[in-house]
Design a binder for this molecule. Structure first.
Ligand code: 13P
Length: 230
């Protein structure tokens, strides 16, 4: 199974910083390629998505959200209709910030997954422990569809919690239950991952979802290399 290192830029970065990330990322990976079985994905703010396309970068670009509506009179939404022909490979749905700030529920998040699948893309479905059982039940009718589950304890997220990154042994124990709830699905971890701690998660989960430390190419590439080389 592939492993994933996914950057969630959230609502950070401007155009110049996006160019600079791409320039540095190309320089860092030109002479020392990344491992083949590691899929890198950057999910920038949607307005910068196309900056990543057609540049022969050794990564895929994704989006951070999608409208629950397929298209039409929904001012401000980014719909599957808009994304036809853009073809993102991955779309994050259900991040805890959207659950907290925009009241998103598991039911709504699964409807957003349906929009992602309608594009032939893979949803990266975020959850914390309290949401896991109900999410698993709602996803049962979609068994066999492509998806990545992202376990993000809110307490471990650098901007919303104070606990720091989850201890890898604690993650290992949590994953026993999550693997029963989401059989056969890749499960990645997110929360205060940095180059210094990325290697400690290798062999435990199927990849990492990175916020703050993904904004600079050097630390994002450092995380990927340290995860791969343990
Ligand atoms: P941090 O890596 O900044 O803790 O953010 C994690 C996250 O929310 C990724 O989606």
């Amino acid at each position: 199974m592939n492993q994933y290192i996914i950057a969630n830029w959230k609502a950070n970065q401007n155009r110049q910083q996006t160019y600079e990330f791409i320039r540095q990322f190309l320089a860092l990976t030109a002479t020392s390629p990344l491992p083949q079985d590691l899929q890198l994905v950057v999910c920038p703010p949607a307005v910068f998505y196309l900056e990543f396309v057609g540049k022969s970068l050794p990564l895929a670009a994704g989006l951070q959200d999608i409208s629950v509506f397929a298209g039409g009179a929904y001012t401000g939404e980014l719909t599957a209709q808009n994304l036809t022909g853009i073809e993102p490979a991955f779309v994050i749905v259900g991040h805890s910030e959207r659950r907290r700030e925009f009241g998103e529920t598991n039911e709504l998040i699964v409807r957003k997954c349906e929009q992602v699948w309608s594009l032939g893309a893979t949803p990266i479905v975020c959850f914390d422990e309290p949401e896991a059982a109900s999410l698993s039940q709602l996803l049962q009718v979609h068994a066999g569809k492509s998806m990545i589950l992202a376990y993000e304890p809110v307490s471990a997220i650098s901007t919303s919690g104070s606990a720091g990154n989850l201890d890898p042994q604690a993650l290992n124990q949590q994953l026993v239950g999550f693997r029963q709830l989401f059989p056969g699905m890749p499960i990645i971890y997110g929360g205060s991952v940095k180059p210094e701690n990325a290697g400690s998660y290798a062999g435990i989960c199927d990849g990492l979802l990175v916020g703050s430390a993904s904004l600079k190419a050097e630390s994002f590439v450092g995380i990927a290399r340290n995860f791969a080389h343990q």
